[in-house]
Ligand binder design. Structure first.
Ligand SMILES: Nc1nc2c(ncn2[C@@H]2O[C@H](COP(=O)(O)OP(=O)(O)OP(=O)(O)O)[C@@H](O)[C@H]2O)c(=O)[nH]1
Ligand SMILES: [Mg+2]
Length: 325
C-alpha cells in the first residue's frame, strides 16, 4: 500500500490502518523507517487532539483512572486514544495489554483506541515511537490522546514533552510522604490528582490534597498558568468521583492557554525539542554503526595506550562524524 492510501485510511478513521501505522513507526527496519517518515509527513498539519500525559507510581490507580475518565469522555461523544510510555524493559510486551482487563469497558468502546506499550528498553526509542503514535492518533481524528507512564523519574519528563496537559496521579499518604515526589516532577504537573479519595481513605486523601495545594503554592508561578493553577484535587477513579471537576479544570486551563498563545508556543517548543532530540539520537546511533564503531575502538585503544590524548582522539572522531561518515 502506498503512503497516500495509508494516509487516506488513517484520516478516515480506519482502526486497522491506524494500528498498522503504529506498528510501522515502531519498526526499526530501515525501509519501514523511510515509509514511516513519508507517512508522518503526509499526515502533517491535520487536526489537533488534546494530549494528556498521566503519570503515577505503580498501584496508584492509573489504569482505573483511564478506564473511568475515558468512559466519561466517550460518553460525551469524544474519541479517546490511550498510549503508554513504559521505560522498564521488564514490563515490556504489554503493561497496557495486561491492563486491558482493567480497562475492560473502555477497550470495547467504539470511541476508544488502546495501544499496548512498545517493548524497547531504551527510553529515547520509546519516546520517539510514542510521539509518532500520538501524531498518528491525532491524524486519525481522536479528540483526546492519553499518554500513560509509570512514575520512575525520567519517563515523566518525556511524557511532559509530549503532552499539552500533564496530570500527576498520587495516592493518599501520611504527611511526610510529600517529600517522596521530586520537586522537578511537581513543577511539571498541571493538575495533581489525589486518587482513592473514597471510603476509609477519604480523610487521608483530603489531607494529602491540602498538603500538595500548599506545596504547589510555594512553587514559582509559571507563565503558562492562569491564577490558581496548578491545582491539587481529590478524585476516586473507582467510584467515579471528582473526575467531572478535574475535566472542568483541564478545559479551563486549556481554553486559557489557547487564548493566551501558550498552546501554540508550547507545541512549537516541543517540536523543536523533538527535532533536536532526534538529531542527538541519530548521532548516537551513528557511533554504533561501522565504520564509526570500529574507529571508536581503534582510537580508544590508542588513547588507552597513551599514544593520543582523549581530547585529540575525540576531536578526530567528531571531525569524521561532521564529514558525514
Ligand atoms: N479505593 C480505591 N482503589 C482504587 C482506586 N483506583 C484504583 N484503585 C485500586 O488500586 C489498585 C491498583 O489500580 P490500578 O489502576 O491497576 O493502578 P496502576 O497505577 O495502573 O498500577 P500499575 O499498572 O501497576 O502501575 C487496584 O486494586 C484498584 O482497584 C480508587 O479510586 N479508590
Ligand atoms: Mg496500570
Amino acid at each position: 500500500m502506498d503512503t497516500e492510501e495509508r494516509a487516506r485510511l488513517i484520516r478516515a478513521g480506519d482502526r486497522r490502518a491506524l494500528a498498522r501505522a503504529i506498528t510501522l513507526v515502531e519498526s526499526a527496519r530501515a525501509d519501514h523507517r523511510a515509509e514511516a517518515l513519508a507517512l508522518l509527513d503526509a499526515l502533517r498539519s491535520g487536526p489537533q487532539a488534546l494530549r494528556i500525559g498521566l503519570s503515577g507510581t505503580p498501584g496508584v490507580g492509573k489504569s482505573t483512572f483511564i478506564e473511568t475518565f475515558g468512559l466519561m469522555l466517550t460518553a460525551q461523544g469524544l474519541k479517546v486514544a490511550v498510549l503508554a510510555v513504559d521505560p522498564s524493559s521488564s514490563r515490556s510486551g504489554g503493561s497496557i495489554l495486561g491492563d486491558k482487563t482493567r480497562m475492560e469497558h473502555l477497550s470495547r468502546d467504539p470511541n476508544a483506541f488502546i495501544r499496548p506499550s512498545p517493548s524497547q528498553s531504551q527510553l529515547g526509542g520509546v519516546a520517539r515511537r510514542t510521539r509518532e503514535a500520538v501524531a498518528l492518533c491525532e491524524a486519525a481524528g481522536f479528540d483526546i490522546v492519553l499518554i500513560e507512564t509509570v512514575g520512575v523519574g525520567q519517563s515523566e519528563t518525556v511524557v511532559a514533552e509530549l503532552s499539552d496537559l500533564f496530570l500527576l496521579l498520587l495516592a493518599p499518604a501520611g504527611g511526610d510522604e510529600l517529600q517522596g515526589v521530586k520537586r522537578g516532577i511537581m513543577e511539571m504537573a498541571d493538575l495533581i490528582l489525589v486518587n482513592k479519595a473514597d471510603g476509609d481513605l477519604k480523610p487521608a486523601a483530603l489531607r494529602t490534597v491540602a498538603d500538595y495545594a500548599g506545596a504547589l503554592h510555594l512553587l514559582r508561578r509559571r507563565p503558562q498558568d492562569p491564577r490558581g493553577f496548578p491545582k491539587a484535587l481529590p478524585v476516586s477513579a473507582l467510584v467515579d468521583e471528582g473526575l467531572t471537576q478535574a475535566w472542568d479544570e483541564m478545559q479551563t486551563l486549556v481554553a486559557w492557554r489557547k487564548t493566551q498563545g501558550h498552546w501554540d508556543r508550547s507545541r512549537a517548543t516541543q517540536a523543536r525539542h523533538w527535532f533536536q532530540e532526534e538529531v542527538r539520537q541519530g548521532l548516537l546511533a551513528a557511533l554504533n554503526r561501522e565504520p564509526q564503531k570500529g574507529l571508536m575502538t581503534s582510537l580508544g585503544d590508542r588513547v588507552a595506550a597513551g599514544d593520543l590524548t582523549p581530547e585529540a582522539a575525540a576531536s578526530r572522531m567528531l571531525e569524521l562524524l561532521g564529514r558525514g561518515r
